[in-house]
Design a protein. Structure first.
Length: 378
């Protein structure tokens, strides 16, 4: 090979010989890549889906890796001086290390995607699915960060000047080390908090939480922050450390089902037994009720009013909220139609309605009572 290169150099300039050799190395790498990928597809045709998907995603990294290897070999025999050869070899080595890190990151991404297929969080009973999805997303991001740090570290350690600077920095351990540590403290604190959340799981994906007096769902858990989707479609971005250091409410910690409360203030003339029966009727007719809890009780009494608490359970937080609204609307409509005296806080008006002979409808009586309200009582 050296004799051929020496003969060619007598007719072609060195730079042209170098370009021809690099182009030949790239062409050979492309041909070799086709052969390698064809062979690997045949060998992995009956293997698990992980290997097939990983091979498909690794086509470009493998192509670039073969190009770097053959270009590095071509630089050894190309007519270049020592400085140019060292520069090309150093560049190919650094790029090859970065490609290895890219390949590991792709394998991690494929494995996590295949694992997440086993769980569905768009179903009613999704507690186990949310648990695994939360753990996987946090650990995948933490692992990805670690892969990036290790890959870049190995790539930089191949450069002698950077390696010597790093050794001297670690050996000195003085003011520079303190400054770097302080600057990285928020990032490291949130990364550690993310791993802690993945293990203990105070929150999970799609958990219903109350954060800073705002109600919403956990939409994303990233490496350093959490995105909470509020009920009005706003997004609240909260640092991961918030959920480790600050008290908050998690409505779906153990189960997605919740008990909703609808408070109604009525007069002493309200028929409590009839209201209790009406509440059961409303819940049984509603598709939002899960059939587990329904109850009505008088929780407080004042001089003019009673506080009635309606309890009903639903499968998840959104359905619980909608069921509470439905109970309030239908209970008030029923009281207006059948028991208007229950909605009057003024005792004189209540007695006036009660003294009527009942020929008029309850709604009409209520309207007439309000229209003829004594001026002294207003």
């Amino acid at each position: 090979m050296s004799e051929i290169i020496a003969w060619v150099r007598t007719y072609i300039p060195d730079w042209a010989v170098t370009c021809i050799m690099m182009a030949a190395a790239i062409a050979l790498a492309l041909v070799l890549h086709r052969a390698v990928m064809w062979t690997m597809r045949r060998l992995l045709a009956r293997r698990s889906e992980f290997w097939r998907n990983t091979l498909s995603r690794l086509r470009r990294p493998v192509r670039l890796a073969l190009i770097l290897i053959l270009v590095g070999r071509a630089a050894d025999i190309a007519p270049m001086d020592a400085t140019q050869t060292a520069l090309v070899q150093q560049t190919t080595l650094v790029l090859f290390i970065l490609l290895v890190g890219w390949a590991v990151f792709i394998a991690l991404d494929v494995a996590s995607a295949l694992y997440m297929r086993r769980f569905k969080i768009d179903v009613e009973d999704n507690l186990i699915a949310r648990k695994h999805v939360t753990q996987l997303r946090i650990l995948r991001r933490a692992s990805g960060t670690l892969i990036v740090i290790v890959t870049v570290g190995f790539a930089l350690m191949t450069i002698s000047s950077v390696r010597e600077w790093g050794f001297s920095l670690l050996a000195a351990g003085g003011a520079a080390g303190v400054i770097v540590g302080l600057s990285l403290q928020p990032l490291l604190t949130n990364l550690i908090a993310g791993v802690q959340i993945a293990m203990t799981q105070p929150i999970r994906i799609e958990d219903a939480v109350i954060v800073e007096n705002e109600w919403g769902w956990v939409e994303e858990i990233n490496a350093t922050y959490v995105v909470v989707r509020l009920w009005d479609w706003r997004r609240m971005v909260v640092p991961l450390t918030y959920f480790i250091q600050t008290p908050f409410q998690n409505w779906t910690r153990e189960t997605a089902a919740l008990i909703g409360t609808a408070m109604i203030h009525v007069s002493h003339a309200a028929p409590v037994a009839a209201m209790r029966a009406k509440l059961e009727e409303i819940c049984k007719a509603s598709p939002l009720w899960d059939g587990r809890v329904v109850n009505l009780a008088v929780t407080d009494v004042s001089a003019k009013t009673m506080e009635v608490r309606c309890l009903a359970s639903a499968r998840n937080a959104p359905q619980t909220f909608d069921l509470r609204c439905e109970i309030r609307e239908k209970m008030i409509a029923w009281l207006q139609a059948d028991h208007p005296a229950a909605l009057l806080y003024d005792r004189n008006l209540t007695e006036w309605v009660a003294q009527k002979d009942g020929k008029a409808s309850p709604a009409a009586l209520l309207a007439e009572a309000l229209a003829n309200r004594p001026a002294s009582d207003s």
